[in-house]
Design a protein around this ligand. Structure first.
Ligand code: SAM
Length: 280
Protein backbone atom coordinates (compact mmCIF):
# COMPACT_ATOMS: atom_id res chain seq x y z
CA UNK A 1 0.00 0.00 0.00
CA UNK A 2 1.47 3.33 -0.88
CA UNK A 3 0.49 6.88 0.00
CA UNK A 4 0.86 10.06 -1.97
CA UNK A 5 -0.36 13.02 -0.04
CA UNK A 6 0.01 16.45 1.27
CA UNK A 7 -1.39 16.47 4.76
CA UNK A 8 -1.47 20.18 5.45
CA UNK A 9 -4.83 21.67 6.36
CA UNK A 10 -7.49 21.87 3.69
CA UNK A 11 -5.78 19.21 1.62
CA UNK A 12 -6.35 15.52 1.20
CA UNK A 13 -4.59 12.40 2.37
CA UNK A 14 -4.64 9.79 -0.34
CA UNK A 15 -3.74 6.21 0.54
CA UNK A 16 -3.22 4.21 -2.66
CA UNK A 17 -4.10 0.53 -2.38
CA UNK A 18 -3.06 -0.08 -6.01
CA UNK A 19 -1.82 2.47 -8.56
CA UNK A 20 -5.45 2.80 -9.66
CA UNK A 21 -7.47 3.06 -6.46
CA UNK A 22 -7.40 3.81 -2.75
CA UNK A 23 -8.95 5.90 0.01
CA UNK A 24 -8.88 9.67 0.59
CA UNK A 25 -9.49 11.78 3.69
CA UNK A 26 -9.91 15.55 3.70
CA UNK A 27 -7.60 17.12 6.30
CA UNK A 28 -9.57 19.52 8.49
CA UNK A 29 -6.60 20.00 10.85
CA UNK A 30 -3.06 18.67 10.94
CA UNK A 31 -2.47 17.86 14.62
CA UNK A 32 0.92 16.15 14.57
CA UNK A 33 3.55 15.35 11.97
CA UNK A 34 7.04 14.13 12.90
CA UNK A 35 9.59 11.58 11.67
CA UNK A 36 10.52 9.30 14.61
CA UNK A 37 13.63 7.06 14.52
CA UNK A 38 11.26 4.28 13.30
CA UNK A 39 8.59 5.90 11.11
CA UNK A 40 6.67 9.03 10.13
CA UNK A 41 3.93 9.67 12.69
CA UNK A 42 0.97 11.85 11.77
CA UNK A 43 -2.35 12.64 13.38
CA UNK A 44 -4.92 14.55 11.34
CA UNK A 45 -8.48 15.64 12.06
CA UNK A 46 -11.12 14.55 9.53
CA UNK A 47 -14.67 15.91 9.58
CA UNK A 48 -16.25 12.42 9.47
CA UNK A 49 -13.71 9.95 11.00
CA UNK A 50 -12.41 12.35 13.68
CA UNK A 51 -8.75 11.96 14.58
CA UNK A 52 -6.76 9.60 12.34
CA UNK A 53 -3.36 8.07 13.21
CA UNK A 54 -1.09 7.43 10.22
CA UNK A 55 2.29 5.69 10.26
CA UNK A 56 4.44 6.18 7.15
CA UNK A 57 1.32 7.59 5.47
CA UNK A 58 -0.83 4.51 6.15
CA UNK A 59 -4.01 4.67 8.24
CA UNK A 60 -3.61 2.77 11.54
CA UNK A 61 -6.73 3.83 13.41
CA UNK A 62 -9.49 6.43 13.43
CA UNK A 63 -11.71 7.60 16.28
CA UNK A 64 -14.85 6.70 14.28
CA UNK A 65 -14.15 3.09 13.30
CA UNK A 66 -11.37 1.88 15.66
CA UNK A 67 -13.73 -0.50 17.43
CA UNK A 68 -14.19 -2.73 14.36
CA UNK A 69 -10.52 -3.72 14.26
CA UNK A 70 -9.68 -3.63 17.98
CA UNK A 71 -12.70 -5.74 19.00
CA UNK A 72 -12.12 -8.30 16.22
CA UNK A 73 -8.42 -8.68 17.06
CA UNK A 74 -9.04 -9.11 20.82
CA UNK A 75 -12.31 -10.82 21.74
CA UNK A 76 -12.23 -14.10 19.77
CA UNK A 77 -9.23 -15.20 21.87
CA UNK A 78 -10.75 -14.03 25.18
CA UNK A 79 -14.14 -15.72 24.80
CA UNK A 80 -12.52 -19.06 23.86
CA UNK A 81 -9.36 -19.31 26.01
CA UNK A 82 -9.97 -21.38 29.24
CA UNK A 83 -8.45 -18.80 31.64
CA UNK A 84 -6.61 -15.82 30.10
CA UNK A 85 -4.41 -14.27 32.82
CA UNK A 86 -0.96 -13.33 31.42
CA UNK A 87 -1.36 -11.39 28.19
CA UNK A 88 1.18 -10.08 25.68
CA UNK A 89 0.39 -7.39 23.10
CA UNK A 90 3.07 -6.82 20.45
CA UNK A 91 2.77 -3.44 18.74
CA UNK A 92 -0.54 -1.78 19.48
CA UNK A 93 1.02 1.53 20.62
CA UNK A 94 -2.27 3.36 19.98
CA UNK A 95 -3.77 1.43 22.91
CA UNK A 96 -6.89 0.28 21.07
CA UNK A 97 -6.26 -3.41 21.71
CA UNK A 98 -5.11 -2.75 25.28
CA UNK A 99 -8.44 -1.13 26.23
CA UNK A 100 -10.27 -4.20 24.95
CA UNK A 101 -8.03 -6.61 26.92
CA UNK A 102 -8.63 -4.64 30.12
CA UNK A 103 -12.38 -5.41 29.89
CA UNK A 104 -11.47 -8.91 31.24
CA UNK A 105 -10.32 -9.96 34.74
CA UNK A 106 -6.75 -10.61 33.65
CA UNK A 107 -3.72 -10.68 35.97
CA UNK A 108 -1.15 -8.82 33.87
CA UNK A 109 -0.71 -7.48 30.35
CA UNK A 110 2.62 -6.56 28.73
CA UNK A 111 2.40 -4.17 25.76
CA UNK A 112 5.63 -4.22 23.75
CA UNK A 113 5.84 -1.21 21.43
CA UNK A 114 8.98 -0.29 19.48
CA UNK A 115 8.18 3.41 19.09
CA UNK A 116 7.54 5.42 22.30
CA UNK A 117 6.46 8.39 20.18
CA UNK A 118 3.41 6.44 18.95
CA UNK A 119 2.40 5.98 22.58
CA UNK A 120 3.00 9.66 23.46
CA UNK A 121 1.07 10.92 20.44
CA UNK A 122 -1.77 8.43 20.96
CA UNK A 123 -2.00 9.33 24.64
CA UNK A 124 -2.44 12.98 23.56
CA UNK A 125 -4.99 12.46 20.78
CA UNK A 126 -6.79 9.18 21.48
CA UNK A 127 -8.63 9.47 24.83
CA UNK A 128 -8.88 5.77 25.51
CA UNK A 129 -5.10 5.22 25.90
CA UNK A 130 -4.19 7.21 29.02
CA UNK A 131 -6.65 5.47 31.40
CA UNK A 132 -5.53 2.09 29.99
CA UNK A 133 -1.84 2.88 30.55
CA UNK A 134 -2.57 3.92 34.15
CA UNK A 135 -4.18 0.53 34.93
CA UNK A 136 -1.94 -1.27 37.44
CA UNK A 137 -2.23 -4.52 35.49
CA UNK A 138 -0.43 -2.91 32.51
CA UNK A 139 3.32 -2.95 31.81
CA UNK A 140 4.46 -0.88 28.80
CA UNK A 141 7.75 -2.15 27.39
CA UNK A 142 9.47 -0.02 24.77
CA UNK A 143 11.27 -2.65 22.69
CA UNK A 144 11.31 -4.49 19.38
CA UNK A 145 8.71 -7.24 19.76
CA UNK A 146 10.99 -9.69 17.99
CA UNK A 147 13.81 -9.14 20.53
CA UNK A 148 11.43 -9.04 23.49
CA UNK A 149 10.09 -12.53 22.85
CA UNK A 150 13.56 -13.83 21.99
CA UNK A 151 14.73 -12.89 25.48
CA UNK A 152 11.51 -13.62 27.39
CA UNK A 153 11.40 -16.64 29.71
CA UNK A 154 7.75 -16.00 30.56
CA UNK A 155 4.84 -18.11 29.24
CA UNK A 156 1.80 -16.14 28.01
CA UNK A 157 -1.84 -17.32 27.85
CA UNK A 158 -2.81 -14.97 25.01
CA UNK A 159 -0.50 -13.15 22.56
CA UNK A 160 -2.09 -10.44 20.37
CA UNK A 161 0.03 -9.18 17.47
CA UNK A 162 -1.18 -5.71 16.52
CA UNK A 163 1.59 -4.96 14.06
CA UNK A 164 1.54 -2.41 11.26
CA UNK A 165 2.02 -3.38 7.59
CA UNK A 166 4.85 -5.83 6.73
CA UNK A 167 7.27 -2.98 5.95
CA UNK A 168 9.74 -0.97 8.04
CA UNK A 169 9.95 -1.81 11.79
CA UNK A 170 7.03 -4.25 11.50
CA UNK A 171 8.40 -6.41 8.66
CA UNK A 172 9.88 -9.09 10.91
CA UNK A 173 6.63 -9.44 12.86
CA UNK A 174 5.12 -11.06 9.78
CA UNK A 175 7.85 -13.70 9.33
CA UNK A 176 8.02 -17.43 10.22
CA UNK A 177 10.97 -16.98 12.58
CA UNK A 178 8.98 -14.48 14.67
CA UNK A 179 5.98 -16.81 15.00
CA UNK A 180 8.30 -19.65 16.02
CA UNK A 181 9.61 -17.46 18.86
CA UNK A 182 6.05 -16.50 19.80
CA UNK A 183 5.20 -20.20 20.04
CA UNK A 184 8.18 -20.73 22.38
CA UNK A 185 6.79 -18.24 24.88
CA UNK A 186 3.21 -19.49 24.70
CA UNK A 187 1.59 -21.56 27.47
CA UNK A 188 0.58 -25.06 26.13
CA UNK A 189 -3.07 -23.94 26.33
CA UNK A 190 -2.14 -20.58 24.80
CA UNK A 191 -3.74 -18.67 21.94
CA UNK A 192 -2.10 -16.27 19.47
CA UNK A 193 -4.03 -13.87 17.26
CA UNK A 194 -2.45 -11.69 14.56
CA UNK A 195 -3.73 -9.29 11.93
CA UNK A 196 -2.64 -10.73 8.57
CA UNK A 197 -3.84 -8.20 6.06
CA UNK A 198 -6.33 -7.58 3.28
CA UNK A 199 -7.98 -10.67 1.75
CA UNK A 200 -8.37 -8.65 -1.45
CA UNK A 201 -4.95 -7.02 -1.88
CA UNK A 202 -2.72 -9.39 0.13
CA UNK A 203 -4.18 -12.85 -0.61
CA UNK A 204 -0.80 -14.28 -1.67
CA UNK A 205 0.83 -13.04 1.55
CA UNK A 206 -2.03 -14.56 3.57
CA UNK A 207 -1.59 -17.87 1.73
CA UNK A 208 2.20 -17.90 2.33
CA UNK A 209 1.66 -17.03 5.99
CA UNK A 210 -0.95 -19.75 6.60
CA UNK A 211 1.41 -22.25 4.97
CA UNK A 212 4.24 -21.65 7.47
CA UNK A 213 1.85 -21.19 10.41
CA UNK A 214 0.43 -24.67 9.76
CA UNK A 215 3.94 -26.06 10.36
CA UNK A 216 4.04 -24.35 13.77
CA UNK A 217 0.51 -24.67 15.21
CA UNK A 218 -2.17 -27.44 15.27
CA UNK A 219 -5.03 -24.92 15.11
CA UNK A 220 -4.69 -22.28 12.35
CA UNK A 221 -8.02 -20.55 11.76
CA UNK A 222 -8.39 -17.48 9.56
CA UNK A 223 -11.26 -15.15 10.38
CA UNK A 224 -12.59 -11.98 8.84
CA UNK A 225 -13.79 -8.63 10.12
CA UNK A 226 -14.87 -5.41 8.45
CA UNK A 227 -12.60 -2.39 8.98
CA UNK A 228 -14.04 0.55 6.97
CA UNK A 229 -10.79 2.57 6.75
CA UNK A 230 -8.48 -0.34 5.92
CA UNK A 231 -7.73 -1.33 2.29
CA UNK A 232 -10.77 -3.08 0.85
CA UNK A 233 -12.79 -2.50 4.07
CA UNK A 234 -12.39 -6.18 5.05
CA UNK A 235 -9.48 -7.52 7.16
CA UNK A 236 -8.04 -10.94 7.85
CA UNK A 237 -6.96 -12.22 11.25
CA UNK A 238 -5.47 -15.58 12.19
CA UNK A 239 -6.21 -17.57 15.37
CA UNK A 240 -3.37 -19.93 16.39
CA UNK A 241 -3.19 -22.58 19.13
CA UNK A 242 -2.19 -26.16 19.84
CA UNK A 243 -5.01 -26.78 22.28
CA UNK A 244 -7.92 -24.35 21.99
CA UNK A 245 -10.72 -24.35 19.40
CA UNK A 246 -11.96 -20.80 18.72
CA UNK A 247 -15.52 -22.02 18.26
CA UNK A 248 -15.77 -23.64 21.71
CA UNK A 249 -16.82 -20.64 23.79
CA UNK A 250 -15.91 -20.31 27.49
CA UNK A 251 -17.51 -16.96 28.29
CA UNK A 252 -19.81 -14.33 26.88
CA UNK A 253 -18.31 -11.24 25.25
CA UNK A 254 -18.69 -7.99 27.25
CA UNK A 255 -22.18 -6.56 26.51
CA UNK A 256 -20.90 -3.00 26.06
CA UNK A 257 -19.01 -3.79 22.84
CA UNK A 258 -19.99 -1.88 19.71
CA UNK A 259 -19.32 -4.55 17.05
CA UNK A 260 -18.37 -7.92 18.53
CA UNK A 261 -20.90 -10.44 19.86
CA UNK A 262 -21.49 -14.19 19.79
CA UNK A 263 -23.05 -14.17 16.32
CA UNK A 264 -20.31 -11.91 14.87
CA UNK A 265 -17.78 -14.42 16.23
CA UNK A 266 -19.45 -17.37 14.47
CA UNK A 267 -19.81 -15.36 11.26
CA UNK A 268 -16.17 -14.26 11.29
CA UNK A 269 -14.95 -17.86 11.09
CA UNK A 270 -17.40 -18.75 8.29
CA UNK A 271 -15.10 -18.07 5.34
CA UNK A 272 -16.08 -17.21 1.76
CA UNK A 273 -14.98 -19.68 -0.95
CA UNK A 274 -12.13 -17.55 -2.31
CA UNK A 275 -10.48 -17.73 1.12
CA UNK A 276 -11.66 -21.23 2.05
CA UNK A 277 -10.36 -22.74 -1.21
CA UNK A 278 -7.22 -20.62 -1.10
CA UNK A 279 -5.94 -22.19 2.07
CA UNK A 280 -2.79 -24.23 1.39
N1 SAM B 1 -3.88 -1.85 13.43
C1 SAM B 1 -2.82 -1.30 12.75
C2 SAM B 1 -2.60 -2.01 11.45
O1 SAM B 1 -3.20 -3.09 11.26
O2 SAM B 1 -1.94 -1.49 10.59
C3 SAM B 1 -1.60 -1.35 13.63
C4 SAM B 1 -1.75 -0.44 14.68
S1 SAM B 1 -0.49 -0.29 15.81
C5 SAM B 1 -0.37 1.40 15.76
C6 SAM B 1 1.01 -0.87 15.11
C7 SAM B 1 2.16 -0.60 16.05
O3 SAM B 1 3.19 -1.57 15.88
C8 SAM B 1 2.83 0.76 15.81
O4 SAM B 1 2.68 1.55 16.94
C9 SAM B 1 4.30 0.42 15.54
O5 SAM B 1 5.20 1.36 16.07
C10 SAM B 1 4.41 -0.93 16.24
N2 SAM B 1 5.52 -1.76 15.77
C11 SAM B 1 5.98 -1.86 14.51
N3 SAM B 1 7.03 -2.71 14.47
C12 SAM B 1 7.22 -3.15 15.74
C13 SAM B 1 8.14 -4.07 16.34
N4 SAM B 1 9.08 -4.68 15.60
N5 SAM B 1 8.02 -4.31 17.67
C14 SAM B 1 7.06 -3.69 18.42
N6 SAM B 1 6.16 -2.79 17.90
C15 SAM B 1 6.25 -2.55 16.58
Amino acid sequence: MTSKKNSSEGTEIREYHTSFNGLFFKVKKLLHSRQSPHQKIEVVENEYFGKILLLDGLVQTTEKDEFFYHEMLTHPAFISHPDPQNILIIGGGDGGVLKEVLRYCIKHVWIVEIDPEVVEVSEKYFPWLSPALKDKRVELVVADGNEFIQNSDRKFDVVLIDSSDPVGPSRRLHEEDFFRKVKNCLDPNGVVVAQIGSPLYQLDQIKKKTAFLKKLFKVVRIYLGPVPTYPGGLWCFVYLSDAVDPLVLRRKPPVELKYFNHEAHQTAFSLPNFLKNNKS
